[in-house]
Each structure stands twice: as structure tokens, then as C-alpha cells.
Design a protein around this ligand. Structure first.
Ligand code: ADP
Length: 257
């Protein structure tokens, strides 16, 4: 670990300059460390599906898999390939939202956007017979970037479906104050313990790694959503009760003529 510091403690301009320099050096170093941690997690996350696929592929090649196990192993290979695909897509989104902080803010009818996203996710919800009830104000017009807003809603709703029991309902409502509207997405799923809530928007943070893996999770969905909300000067909040369910509150600015 390297240390770049200028040791000038004097109380004049030179001392002040040295202090500014030291603060800059420290923050660059911190960024470097974060990048390194990020890369090492990414390679670890990619290594797991690759070793599954490679291992089972070789076992097939050498005829080591008995007939009655074959279909199970095929499914595992497909599952891991899907995970890798999702992971690389999510990583691209992370990289893109880091470099392209610009948002194209246009008037966006919230109810239409919500219905479009619900339609996209319907097949996924149908698999678990999960229903959406949408009671969003028809008059609410967001001042938001369409693609970013859709991506936020997709990520939050995907989780709501993923962590909900079969045959349950997810409700989508909104409340509006003077300049903002808050979209409340409420599920009746497993809930999140209070000590985890402050961490779930961190990259790769998962409450239950095994469960998230089995569900095809990457641990990136909420970090992407939170980045995209911030890029639009909004806010992302969570209220949750273990065993009862979670509500995600997405606050975004509304369009003012
Ligand atoms: P993942 O790909 O694992 O779902 P996310 O970043 O989307 O990653 O979410 C991080 C973690 O937050 C999840 O692993 C899960 O433990 C928790 N989580 C997110 N949404 C919900 C929810 N609606 N109900 C319960 N837990 C949730």
C-alpha cells in the first residue's frame, strides 16, 4: 500500500495547499481501492458459473454422467449460462450509468410507464401466479428519463416478484407532494431485516447469497436502481417487516409547466 502525503503542517497558504493535496491524494487512493475490490468481486462472481459450465461440459465429454442425471445437469448448465449473461448485462449497465450521467428529462406519464413495465414482467409474474394491482394516479407526469425510469421499475419489480410467495399480490401506488411523486411498490414477501436494509443498495450485497444465486440474482439490481434514481435527483427508500413484506419507495421529480 502506497502513501502519498506532503508533510507541511504550517498555518499559512502553503500548509493549506498541502492539506488540500493530501485530501485529494487520499480520495484518489480510496477510489483505486474500491475499483480493485470491485474487479476482484466481479472475477469471483464470473468464475463460479464458468467452473460449473466447464466442469459439467467435461463430464459430458468423458461420458461420466449417467442417463437419469443428464436432464438435471443440462438444466444446471443453462441456469449458470443465464446467470453469466445477466451478470454481464448488469455490469454493462453499471459501467454505462457511471459514464453517462446525463439524463434526458422529458414529461413522462407515470401510469403508462408503470403499465408498460408490468406488461414486460407479466410472464415472470405469471410463473409464480403473482398479481399486480396498479392504482397509480392517471394525472401524474414525471420529469424523468424514460429508459432510466423503466430500468428502475424493472429492477424493483423483479425483486418484488422474486422475493414474493406464489399466489401473492404486489401493489403499485403513488403519492404526490408539491414537486415530487413517490411510487410505492409493496410486496408480501420474506421481508428484509433492519440491519441489512442500509446495505442492500451496495454492489453485490445480498442478504442470502445462496437464495439469490438460485433465483438468478446478481446482487447488482438495487445498486443500479439507486444509481439511476440519484442521476435523476430522486430518492430510493425501503420499509420492510420480516415475514410480512417490503415496500420500496421511489421518489422522482414531477413535471412543472
Ligand atoms: P439480487 O440480484 O440478489 O436480487 P439486488 O441488488 O436486486 O440483488 O438486491 C439485493 C438484496 O436485497 C437481495 O439479494 C435480497 O436479499 C434483498 N432484497 C431486495 N429486494 C427485496 C424484496 N422485495 N424483498 C426481500 N428482499 C429483497
Amino acid at each position: 500500500k502506497y502513501e502519498t502525503r506532503v508533510n507541511v503542517e504550517s498555518k499559512d497558504e502553503i500548509g493549506e495547499l498541502a492539506q488540500t493535496f493530501n485530501q485529494m491524494a487520499a480520495s484518489i487512493q480510496e477510489e483505486d481501492e474500491k475499483k480493485r475490490d470491485f474487479l476482484s468481486i466481479v472475477s469471483h462472481e464470473l468464475r463460479t458459473p464458468i467452473s460449473y459450465i466447464k466442469g459439467y461440459g467435461e463430464a459430458f465429454e468423458q461420458n461420466l454422467i449417467v442417463e437419469e442425471k443428464k436432464s438435471e445437469v443440462y438444466s444446471l448448465i443453462v441456469r449458470e449460462a443465464n446467470r453469466m449473461q445477466k451478470l454481464t448485462n448488469d455490469l454493462l449497465t453499471v459501467a454505462r450509468s457511471e459514464h453517462d450521467e446525463l439524463s434526458e428529462i422529458t414529461p413522462l406519464v407515470l401510469s403508462e410507464t408503470v403499465r408498460e413495465v408490468a406488461q414486460i414482467l407479466k410472464p415472470f409474474a405469471d410463473e409464480k401466479q403473482v398479481r399486480f394491482t396498479i392504482t397509480v394516479d392517471e394525472d401524474t407526469i414525471l420529469a424523468a428519463d424514460e429508459q432510466k425510469t423503466k430500468q428502475i421499475l424493472i429492477n424493483i419489480l423483479e425483486n418484488a416478484i422474486k422475493y414474493s410467495p406464489e399466489l401473492s399480490t404486489i401493489s403499485i401506488e403513488n403519492t404526490t407532494t408539491k414537486n415530487h411523486t413517490t411510487i410505492h411498490i409493496k410486496d408480501n414477501g420474506c421481508g428484509i431485516e433492519p440491519e441489512h436494509i442500509s446495505h442492500i443498495t451496495e454492489r453485490f450485497y445480498r442478504v442470502n447469497k445462496a437464495r439469490s444465486r438460485a433465483d438468478g440474482g446478481t446482487g447488482l439490481g438495487l445498486s443500479i436502481a439507486s444509481q439511476l434514481v440519484e442521476a435523476q435527483k430522486g430518492m430510493l427508500e425501503f420499509t420492510s417487516e420480516v415475514g410480512k413484506g417490503t415496500t420500496v419507495h421511489i421518489t422522482l421529480p414531477i413535471w412543472e409547466d
